[in-house]
Write a protein that binds this ligand. Structure first.
Ligand code: ATP
Length: 337
């Protein structure tokens, strides 16, 4: 049984289509990422999957349970870590876990055992009796992740799990997330707007843009699909002859030009620089500068959506400033239906 099966899932807020007719499957045991800029619809999607928002249309099964009418079963099958921290800072790490375990009806010896396992898994055994207010940002995040795993959920949802952490702590967090995915055997669905996080951590990534999935595949397949490196030649002199010559070269996959220069797509860009400079010389154009961009998820995102994540976020910030319509209380009124 897949961890998640989504069919035609849609969520509208008035005129805004936050999630637009999505269909995809997350395999059991998979570490699955939703990558997209702020405002792409990732949180809305997650909130429907964890039963905090009712879909406008479409269906979603989590661990085989329907999010629209098997709310309790879905909630028992999942762990959630939200963007905003939700720990009691006055309590110790162990007390935070114990409180949560009680909520889930985990009692007696079982509770002590499970807490021990979790504290080992997230590397907080030594600090279990320290007050959470003394924890670093990374430790707090690990405690929250551990808490989400206490009741042995089939699927763990992490909404922007490393936002606000410094680069080093972010990398450490990836280690823990990978470990719990492997050791605890839990399927993980995380949202991120960090390209590197999706690339380094996820088995498969859905590129989400404007409520839709632009592509879904492993990071290497997504980057491979753009095909080759892009060598940009900044040129002095006419470029028409050079363009024609390049079009005739079997090792050149594509040529495009704009104000910044001639963009030549080739395999192994660095090894082709000498050839490109020679061809330019022969064609009467001299090369003022060369730049090589090797494909990564950032360039894949760009080629799939026509903009970088940063550009999309700037657009969204502009749009948001202009509309006062958004209510941030995503669960408002819908949580306890
Ligand atoms: N409760 C709401 N009421 C009205 N509009 C909403 C609501 N929640 C989200 N939206 C809109 O739906 C779109 C998707 O938002 P969503 O929060 O899901 O994006 P996101 O990718 O998760 O970004 P973020 O990381 O900022 O949460 C945005 O245009 C947003 O303004």
């Amino acid at each position: 049984m897949p961890a998640i099966q989504v069919d035609g899932l849609t969520k509208r807020f008035g005129e805004t289509v936050a999630v637009d007719d999505l269909s995809f499957t997350v395999g059991s045991g998979e570490l699955f990422g939703l990558l997209g800029p702020n405002g792409a619809g990732k949180s809305t999607l997650i909130n429907m999957l964890v039963t905090l928002l009712r879909p406008t249309s479409g269906t979603a099964l989590v661990d085989g349970h329907d999010v629209a009418n098997e709310t309790a079963a879905v909630r028992n099958s999942i762990g959630i870590v939200f963007q905003e921290q939700a720990l009691d800072e006055e309590l110790t790490g162990a007390e935070n876990l114990a409180f949560h375990a009680r909520l889930y009806g985990i009692r007696g010896e079982k509770r002590a055992e499970r807490m021990d396992e979790i504290l080992d898994l997230v590397g907080l055994q030594e600090q279990r009796d320290d007050q959470v207010s003394t924890y670093s940002g990374g430790m707090k995040r690990r405690l929250e992740i551990g808490r989400g795993l206490l009741h042995e959920p089939a699927v763990l949802f992490l909404d922007e799990p490393t936002t606000g952490l410094d680069a080093r702590t972010r990398r450490d967090s990836w280690e823990y997330i990978r470990r719990l995915n492997e050791e605890a055997g839990v399927s993980v669905v995380l949202t991120t707007h960090y390209i590197e996080e999706a690339e380094q951590l996820c088995d498969r990534v859905a590129v989400v843009d404007d409520g839709r999935i632009a592509a879904i595949d492993s990071p290497s397949a997504l980057t491979g699909a753009i095909g080759g490196d892009v060598v940009t030649l900044e040129l002095d002199g006419p470029t028409a002859t050079l363009r024609t010559r390049l079009d005739g070269e079997p090792w050149v996959a594509e040529v495009a030009d704009d104000d910044s220069g001639l963009h030549v797509t080739v395999d192994h860009g660095r090894q082709r620089i000498a050839d490109l400079v020679r061809l330019a010389d022969d064609a009467g154009a001299s090369v003022a500068a060369v730049d090589v961009r090797e494909p990564n998820l950032e360039t894949a995102f760009l080629s799939l959506t026509g903009a970088t994540i940063a550009e999309r976020e700037a657009d969204a910030a502009g749009g948001r400033a202009g509309s006062a319509g958004r209510t941030d209380a995503v669960v408002g009124g819908e949580a306890d239906r």
